[in-house]
Write a protein that binds this ligand. Structure first.
Ligand code: ADP
Ligand code: MG
Length: 225
């Protein structure tokens, strides 16, 4: 199992109240899977991805990445797991606006402490997402679909154990959304990269090999195709 939630519960304080975003969820992802967390808005998809992506810690229960218990790691070690082992693709891309596409991708390598062959790796990962001729452009000079491709290249350049994408098609039109899904499936099939993403888009669910359905912070179905 490449990553795992074990009876993970997440409670967010909201003034005097508490929001229970995950009610003790257990789910594991195997290396090479192409899995989607599906469910309506507010069902806990982003919370679950943030826990697996080591961006947040559970209120109780366990998170394991690469077989390591995330709870036992200090903040520095956790940051290292996040930088080296996980490629996170955010819904709104989160590219650095003053950096070019190539510099954005390179930054991920620098943050992961990877120095060897950096320029070649940056170029190859941008070629892989079809952006060979756009490496010197800044995010504002790229379309939404192209920005999402840069975000994918940035996530993949580290060759992470797992690529996590929170609603990767939410900010794209349907043509770009399908192209991005095809690209991720190609990378999954060609390189065996593990993909885990969230969506409430039926097109995206249709392309996943495994659909884990969440509702009100609980898993209500887990289907493999
Ligand atoms: P989804 O991604 O499926 O839309 P989320 O994981 O974002 O669901 O949210 C699950 C629940 O937790 C929702 O009720 C949401 O309002 C709440 N929630 C998410 N993040 C926070 C937060 N930082 N503070 C308070 N409540 C939150
Ligand atoms: Mg969400």
């Amino acid at each position: 199992m490449i990553c795992e939630l074990i009876d993970a519960r997440k409670v967010y304080p909201m003034g005097d109240l508490e929001v229970v975003a995950l009610k003790g969820v257990s789910v594991g992802v195997e290396a090479g899977e192409f899995t989607v967390f599906a469910g309506p808005s507010g069902s806990g998809k982003s919370t679950a991805l943030n826990l697996i992506g080591c961006l947040d810690r559970p209120s109780s229960g366990k998170v394991k990445v690469d077989g390591r218990d995330v709870e036992a790691l200090g903040d520095n070690a956790l940051g290292e797991v996040r930088a080296r082992r996980i490629g996170f693709i955010f819904q709104s891309f989160n590219l650095v606006p003053v950096l070019t596409a190539a510099e954005n991708v390179d930054l991920a390598l620098r943050l992961a402490g990877i120095n060897e062959g950096r320029a070649d790796r940056v170029e190859q990962s941008l070629v892989d997402v079809g952006l060979k001729d756009y490496m010197g452009r800044r995010p504002a000079q790229l379309s939404g679909g192209q920005q999402q491709r840069v975000a994918i290249a940035r996530a993949l350049v580290k060759r992470p154990a797992i690529v996590i994408a929170d609603e990767p098609t939410a900010n794209l039109d349907s043509v770009n959304a399908e192209a991005i899904l095809d690209l991720m499936r190609d990378m999954n099939e060609r390189d065996g990269a593990t993909f885990l993403f969230s969506t409430h888009d039926p097109m995206v669910m249709g392309r996943a090999r495994r659909v884990v359905r969440l509702k009100d912070g609980e898993i209500v179905a887990d289907e493999r195709k």
